[in-house]
Design a binder for this molecule. Structure first.
Ligand SMILES: [Mg+2]
Length: 222
């Protein structure tokens, strides 16, 4: 069965689905390429995203959180691989009007699901920050261990997340795409306006990761 594909330039919404099975943090994006082995999305500098902000009571204690509009600060090309539980991002920063390649980022996440308006996934805490020269560091290792210890993740899941990141790092070690540098000068289509979140982005029911019960514990993430 062939699923419907997007065309280059189509506007879509990337949603992180919460433990409560609701849309959470979300990004408007443009489709760069949609193939059997790759879905590439572009989130430009200045795109208005939805991010969590903690809400505190009058004593300064956190009581809840809400989604607020936050502009994205870097041009980001998000390479997502069907069925794969990580994505690789490339980003560019603006330096006094000059576009400078900022580096790569390996994001461990749920394999994406297609929706009528885009894709659903969710973040798995551990990341790898990769410089343009391919030197790299772990990000949020401590938080991953803490979440496994606190029951946010089932104990074995932290190992699985780590193994996923190590698998992605093998691509880097081999200098395979995109770590071959071939996308460092990539530019979006000059005619693309900044995408906006599609109306109703938070009303469309979430699609759920089939493996979530073997990964997530009962504790809600802090
Ligand atoms: Mg992450």
């Amino acid at each position: 069965m062939t699923e419907a594909r997007w065309q280059p330039g189509d506007e879509v919404v990337l949603r992180y689905i919460t433990r409560q099975e609701r849309p959470g943090m979300s990004w408007p994006a443009r489709v760069v390429e949609d193939r059997d082995d790759l879905l590439a999305l572009f989130i430009p500098n200045g795109a208005v995203t939805k991010q969590w902000r903690g809400v505190r009571d009058s004593m300064g204690q956190p009581v809840t959180r809400e989604l607020v509009d936050i502009p994205w600060r870097r041009d980001t090309l998000r390479l997502m691989y069907p069925g794969e539980d990580y994505s690789i991002w490339l980003s560019w920063r603006d330096e006094d009007g000059e576009r400078v390649f900022h580096g790569y980022y390996i994001n461990v996440e749920e394999p994406f699901r297609r929706t009528p308006i885009g894709v659903d996934t969710n973040d798995h805490t551990l990341d790898v920050v990769v410089q343009p020269d391919l030197s790299w560091v772990w990000k949020d290792e401590d938080q991953l261990a803490e979440r496994a210890a606190n029951g946010v993740y089932v104990p074995d899941f932290a190992k699985r997340v780590r193994a996923t990141a190590e698998r992605a790092l093998e691509i880097l070690e081999r200098r395979d795409h995109p770590f071959d540098g071939s996308l460092a000068e990539w530019m979006p289509d000059a005619g693309w306006a900044i995408p906006r979140l599609i109306e109703g982005w938070n009303e469309l029911p979430a699609t759920l990761w089939p493996d979530r019960r073997s990964a997530y514990g009962d504790a809600p993430p802090a």
